[in-house]
Design a binder for this molecule. Structure first.
Ligand code: IPM
Ligand code: MG
Length: 355
């Protein structure tokens, strides 16, 4: 099969971890006889340096003309401490999601048996946790009207959702619930927010089309609490853009390290795969970045965008094996010898080659 992939390494540790995924991808291509066609594009701070635009048109065209996009990370500290900066790397990510119509963000939270002791939560609470967040990604407060008034002394952001936007994200949630444990939780703040009431009303009206799915409705503050108390009680959760952003960061620590968590952002025509950890500037260039989130994002790509199940599974097995044998970066290896980003990548490549 021909795999035409746009590679956007981005900023911070993005390039280091993406490199490992490319090594794994090339190995998969060799082993299973696929032809990979990779083209790199600029996004984020590095694109601002070059084009004064965090998501230049050339990168957009490259993404549109590819079957899937492998993305690293975006962000640079020089912008974080400058709230007045007119152009920011994060705008590139938002523009990319919007222009490519990537409205659904799938963020699984899975537990690795060998890392149970790494979790800040007690083992018996997290055992069997297998959650899929379906976060709305191109609407809500991230994209509503915003601005300043009264000589800059007043600021506002608005949260807006149309019924259509809710229906299309909820459909994805229902479909995944059907394939998994038939439980769907709609997370909102319907006791306060009008947009949340529209979410609830819309999801309720869709229930009849999925009689086998048990739907629960929970407030986001309560979910934030229960997520760390009884994570294994959840399965598929659907939620708005901002709530999803916050809850998925919270959920990522359950597994022991954010460096493990992959994600897929899907739309009707394209899909982008990225680790959820961000650019982690403090670690850049130190060879300590955990490549697993990116490698698992590649695995999600092979599965979702190309339907290559065996290829995706062997990567997951390789990752599990590296964790079991403690071939891990320092975030997962406080006491034993730890390995560099490249060494972990090489171990996973070798496992894929030989199994
Ligand atoms: C994420 C990130 C982004 C978001 C930022 C970098 C704009 O936190 O993908 O979760 O808020 O969506
Ligand atoms: Mg986030």
């Amino acid at each position: 099969m021909k795999l035409k992939i746009a590679v956007l390494p981005g900023d911070g540790i993005g390039p280091e971890v993406t490199n490992q995924s490319i090594k794994v991808l090339n190995c998969i291509a060799d082993k299973y006889n696929h032809k990979v066609d990779l083209t790199e594009g600029l996004v984020g701070a590095i694109a601002i340096d070059e084009y004064n635009d965090p998501y230049p048109d050339s990168t957009h065209m490259l993404c549109k003309n590819s079957d899937a996009i492998l993305f690293g990370a975006i962000g640079h500290p020089k912008y974080d401490n400058d709230p007045k900066a007119k152009v920011r790397p994060e705008q590139g990510l938002l523009k990319m999601r919007k222009k490519l119509g990537l409205f659904a963000n799938l963020r699984p939270t899975i537990i690795f048996e060998s890392l149970l002791e790494m979790s800040p939560i007690k083992e018996e609470r997290i055992k069997d946790t297998d959650i899929l967040f379906v976060r709305e990604l191109t609407g809500g407060i991230y994209f509503g009207d915003r601005g300043r008034k009264n000589n800059d002394n007043y600021a506002y952001d608005t949260c807006q959702y149309s019924r259509e936007e809710i229906v299309r994200i909820a459909k994805i949630g229902f479909e995944y619930a059907k394939k998994r444990s038939k439980k769907l939780c709609c997370v909102d703040k319907a006791n306060v927010l009008e947009t949340s009431r529209l979410w609830r009303e819309t999801v309720q009206s869709m229930e009849k089309n999925y009689p086998e799915i048990k739907v629960s409705y929970e407030f986001v503050d309560a979910v934030a609490m229960r997520l760390v108390q009884w994570p294994s009680s959840y399965d598929v959760l659907i939620t708005s853009n901002l709530f999803g952003d916050i809850l998925t960061d919270e959920a990522s620590v359950i597994s022991g390290s954010m460096g493990l968590m992959p994600s897929a952002s899907i739309g009707s025509e394209n899909a982008l795969y990225e680790p959820i950890h961000g650019s982690y500037p403090e670690a850049t260039g130190k060879k300590i970045a955990n490549p697993i989130a990116s490698i698992l994002s590649l695995s999600m790509m092979l599965d979702h965008s190309f339907n290559l199940k065996d290829e995706s599974k062997i990567i997951n097995r390789a990752v599990e094996d590296s964790l079991t044998n403690k071939i891990t970066t320092p975030d997962l290896n406080k006491y034993n010898k730890s390995y560099t980003t490249d060494e972990v990548g090489d171990y996973i490549v070798n496992f894929v080659k030989n199994n």
